[in-house]
Design a protein around this ligand. Structure first.
Ligand code: CAA
Length: 394
């Protein structure tokens, strides 16, 4: 039985800052951000968006009533959780009106969480072929104003519906995963900003890719020429390119051209959103699938997932017949087109605004956020969410 990705949804906040203008205001050559790091625009989350609402907004457009009935497992990958105890998946389950006979959990391992979710979902589908699993990867990347990490911030979510006989991509069984205890990037519970050893994190990303790729070839007997494309976890788009470059010489000139061309397409959405941590690999996959006409059913796509700390995995999927018909290209084109640019001072003001941590009540103006699902405030130490269309709030 095949299991894999039946639908993919995506959401990014409606505000962004231009990377050239950010560079100028930091007295940095804009080429460093746009070429050296490879980012054009950075999504900025307003107060009314958190990991829960980003994920719910990513999922809300792709689910039909039959999906909502069939989903019996919601797996929420995030490193931007809103509660140390209750899972973000339970909030999304309610906001989307899913079948109550469902499991709902949160998974954490930095940017690897959604990949862990997908592999759990695949196993669940093997045991329960009639069910569907909603896997969410949702995060807000925050390092701080004027820090080296600032240019690699972002916010957004990807929602993946995993089912039997998937219409977009069947996941293959072979995969290689690797864990080692490394302090390359972390966020202590007392901090709302991540700490990163930038150089070490880049080195480890490359080292993990090399390890899992080499082992994957041994395990499967496959070679670079067996891939139509390889997608990467993209904290910034230059890093995946550097990883790809380390293996390109294993292919003929034609294979190299194919993989480089598909890599460029796979960075399009990420280049304009920034790092969305655990959803980032899947945003790259979405960018590839929605923005190229060079792929055909039967093509194999490789995926490199990396979550600092650190866990890496290389796994693959096969595109299904007419997979293009099950994508949501118009919705995502509209999402990008309807965003608004904000100035660097406006971005800085939004960045500095934070929710109270002393238990006080706050009410947020959800009308200034065009998103369907918003955080409306905090009362009695409980986050108040609203789905404007479902007209249910709690
Ligand atoms: N024109 C063109 N390129 C330029 C340039 C210019 N004027 N000036 C500099 N560059 C290039 C540099 O040569 C460099 O390229 P190479 O890496 O190919 O040498 C690139 O721009 C970046 O320059 P620096 O290395 O000097 O940049 P930095 O040290 O200021 O910051 C960073 C880069 C370390 C990635 C930093 O943004 C950071 O710490 N980010 C957060 C951590 C991160 O994203 N790590 C990635 C791996 S960890 C992971 O994958 C998990 C995750 O999601 C966080």
């Amino acid at each position: 039985m095949k299991a894999g990705i039946d639908k993919i949804g995506f959401y990014a906040p409606h505000l962004y800052v231009d990377m050239t203008k950010l560079a100028e205001s930091r007295n940095v050559d804009p080429d460093k951000f746009t070429i050296g790091i490879g980012q054009e625009k950075m999504a900025v989350p307003p107060m009314t968006q958190d990991a829960v609402t980003l994920a719910a907004n990513a999922a809300v457009d792709i689910l039909e009533d039959s999906d909502k009935e069939a989903i019996d497992f919601v797996i929420f990958g995030t490193e931007t959780g809103v509660d140390s105890s209750k899972s973000a998946a339970v909030y999304v389950h309610e906001l989307l009106g899913l079948n109550p006979y469902a499991r709902a959990i949160e998974v954490k391992q930095a940017c690897y969480g959604a990949t862990a979710g997908i592999q759990m979902a695949k196993a669940h589908i093997a045991m329960n072929p009639d069910s569907k699993v909603l896997v969410l990867g949702s995060d807000i990347a925050r390092y701080g104003l004027s820090t080296p990490g600032e240019a690699t911030q972002g916010a957004g979510a990807v929602a993946l519906l995993i089912s039997a006989d998937p219409r977009v991509m069947a996941l293959e069984d072979e995969s290689v995963y690797f864990t080692a205890d490394i302090m390359d990037f972390w966020r202590p519970v007392y901090s709302d900003k991540a700490f990163a050893d930038g150089k070490l994190s880049n080195e480890q990303y490359m080292a993990f890719f090399s390890r899992v790729w080499e082992q994957y070839k041994v395990k499967t007997g496959l070679a670079l020429s067996d891939f139509a494309a390889i997608c990467y976890h993209l904290p910034y788009t230059k890093l995946g390119y550097k990883a790809l470059k380390t293996v390109l010489e294993e292919g003929t000139e034609e294979v190299q051209e194919r993989l480089l061309a598909s890599y460029n397409v796979s960075t399009g959405y990420n280049r304009n959103v920034g790092n969305i941590y655990t959803g980032s690999l899947y945003l790259s996959l979405l960018s590839l699938l929605e923005q190229t006409d060079k792929l055909v059913a039967g093509d194999r796509i490789g995926m490199f997932s990396y979550g600092s700390g650190a866990v890496g995995e290389f796994f693959t999927g096969i595109l299904q017949s007419n997979y293009q018909d099950y994508l949501n290209i118009d919705r995502h084109t509209e999402l990008f087109a309807s965003r608004s640019e904000i100035s660097v001072p406006e971005y800085e003001a939004i960045f500095e605004e934070t929710l109270p941590t002393d238990g006080s009540t706050v009410k947020l103006d959800v009308e200034i956020d065009p998103a369907r699902i918003c955080l409306a405030g905090i009362a009695d130490d409980k986050r108040q969410y609203v789905n404007k269309v479902k007209s249910v709030s709690y």
